[in-house]
Design a protein around this ligand. Structure first.
Ligand code: SF4
Length: 311
């Protein structure tokens, strides 16, 4: 959850499903073929399955995934699968109810576990658990979470704690680096082998001696900006080229003012061709690594928060 009393995006600025579908068509026309619905929390969107159906009906989107906090998942998992969603990722940083409440600011761990259970039964092509590892807060749960994933047939991905907008309590001391995660798991389970074929995926995959696979996203200590081919579209149509970007390209206004699909495609291609974003690499190289964006600035501009731009 973000800081209390933060700015909301005005409701009238939120794209409707038809507008999202038009932009999806424009993006696929210039080469995008994978879409992930994130948040904030996408399951809060009314009739989310309707949007999934719209996107799933587009053959140019060969991979349609969704990331959720899982709180509302138990009632929606089967519906989302039936609507055509391919893959699902659930964020889960702890299996301990007291910690969950402290981290998330609500007591919903049982609901999340029910949601994961429903997702495991719904038959998605892949089910993943995303765990942000924070020293002193949940880093003693690497094994329990990995083994939870084993039991339910989900692949766990450990994510280094990032200093993106909204991470107002971040410090380098709280980051558990990839090498340490690997060392700890190797001590517990034996030799760990790298799984080849990463491509542009943010996660490196590994295999335990018993065959269990897991991932690590080392965005903080070993950023992978050079291979990054991702961008983000906020709920109100701001196109962001990097998680760390201070601003983006507004697509809502041209869309609502009647720009043609060809004009929008040209705009997107032109901006993408000039893209030089290397947010995480620049942060790694910066001499002082204080909190990226102070709370006062976050409260003035919701677009700076991670909940508007998606993880
Ligand atoms: S920091 Fe920006 S450029 Fe680097 S991997 Fe993340 S989104 Fe891509």
């Amino acid at each position: 959850m973000p800081e209390p009393d933060y700015a909301w995006l005005p409701r009238e600025s939120i794209l409707d499903f038809e507008e999202i579908a038009v932009l999806a068509d424009v993006f696929t026309s210039v080469g995008v073929d994978r879409v992930r619905l994130t948040g904030g929390e996408p399951l809060l969107r009314r009739d989310l399955a309707g949007l999934v159906s719209l996107l799933a009906a587009r053959p140019a989107i060969r991979d349609l995934a969704l990331t959720t906090n899982g709180v509302l998942l138990s009632k929606q998992a089967a519906t989302l699968r039936a609507a055509g969603l391919h893959r699902l990722t659930v964020s889960l940083d702890t299996l301990r109810r007291d910690r969950f409440q402290a981290l998330a600011r609500f007591d919903e761990l049982p609901a999340v576990l029910d949601g994961i259970d429903a997702a495991a039964r719904a038959g998605f092509d892949a089910l993943k658990i995303d765990t942000v590892v924070m020293r002193g807060r949940n880093d003693d749960e690497l094994q329990p979470i990995l083994e939870f994933g084993q039991r339910i047939g989900a692949e766990v991905r450990f994510i280094e704690y990032m200093d993106v907008g909204g991470a107002t309590h971040w410090s380098m001391d709280a980051v558990v680096p990839r090498v340490e995660i690997l060392a700890r798991l190797s001590e517990a389970y034996g030799p760990i082998a790298a799984v080849p074929g990463r491509d542009s995926s943010p996660a490196e995959r590994f295999r335990l001696p018993d065959g269990t696979t897991f991932g690590i996203i080392a965005s903080t200590t070993e950023p992978f900006c050079a291979a990054c081919d991702r961008s983000r579209l906020t709920a109100d149509g701001l196109w962001l080229l990097c998680l760390y970007a201070r601003g983006g390209l507004d697509l809502r206004h041209p869309l609502r003012e009647g720009a043609t699909r060809e004009e929008l495609a040209h705009l997107i291609s032109t901006v993408w061709t000039m893209r030089a974003d290397r947010g995480a690499e620049e942060r790694l190289g910066s001499p002082s690594r204080d909190v990226l964006i102070p709370v006062a600035a976050l409260k003035r501009d919701a677009h700076l928060e991670m909940h508007t731009r998606g993880g």
